[in-house]
Design a protein around this ligand. Structure first.
Ligand SMILES: [Zn+2]
Length: 247
């Protein structure tokens, strides 16, 4: 039951927690049923334009605006931790469709989140992308995919704030900004997917891919909750093969 007007239990939660839906401001749950039902359930090929050369095929759940943007920001910036579950569901479904497009045949899948910068994680007291990645792995395991969230990437060196930088500047800013931890022996048997919340220029994902491949872990694809509409060319999932403009 979605309850309209809001149910007593929702109202009770609102009294206790002072919460409201991040999508439509309905008092009660942090994500109401109608908003949750409107979230993307598919992943689509989402090449950034221009595409960083060599970027593994990127999939995203939808455009980075509206409800998706509100969800990502409320979870990341305001630590509304309950939103990791719906964000993980979206990301898990994106990975599912990416795996199908890659022709995956049931091999184990490693979901490697792009690392949050250390100071940011400490200040916020949480690692938003790791939490969403874990929720996505749970989602995938429920559908029979042997998925594991693995924090294999850590920040290295200093990075300026990316805001206001163009694609080329971002790539230069990010070069060498991540390094991979030593993989476990079993890690090499799985399909490695880089995951992030928002795909913008693709330079962050490309840097993550570089660091993993330097550690001997080839990256099969990139999955994001959302992609920026401004730069992303979101194409239909059927328009494979994956030859992006950078290939
Ligand atoms: Zn809502």
């Amino acid at each position: 039951m979605t309850g309209d007007p809001p149910s007593l239990s929702d109202a009770g939660r609102d009294l206790l927690l002072g919460s409201a839906c991040v999508g439509c401001a309905r008092p009660g749950r942090v994500l109401c049923h109608p908003c949750a039902a409107s979230l993307p359930r598919r992943g689509r090929v989402s090449w950034p334009s221009p595409t960083p050369p060599g970027l593994a095929v990127p999939f995203a759940g939808g455009a980075y605006d509206g409800l998706l943007k509100a969800l990502v920001n409320a979870h990341k910036e305001h630590a509304v931790l309950a939103l990791a579950i719906p964000l993980g569901r979206v990301l898990g479904d994106v990975v599912r469709d990416l795996l199908a497009a890659l022709g995956s045949s049931g091999e184990p899948v490693l979901l490697v989140p792009v690392p949050s910068r250390g100071a940011v994680v400490r200040r916020r007291g949480h690692d938003p992308m790791l939490r969403v990645t874990r929720a996505a792995a749970v989602r995938l395991r429920r559908t029979g995919v042997h998925a594991t969230a693995r924090r294999l990437l850590v920040p290295a060196g200093r990075v300026r704030d990316q805001a206001g930088l163009g694609a080329g500047q971002r790539a230069a800013n990010l070069a060498g900004s991540m390094r991979a931890r030593r993989p476990r022996p079993g890690d090499r048997r799985g399909l490695v997917i880089v995951v992030d919340d928002v795909l913008t220029t693709g330079s962050t994902a490309r840097e993550a891919q570089r660091a993993l491949e330097e550690a001997g872990l080839p990256v099969a694809g990139v999955a994001a909750v959302a992609a920026t509409r401004r730069l992303g060319r979101v194409r239909d999932g059927g328009s494979l093969p994956f030859s992006g403009p950078g290939h």
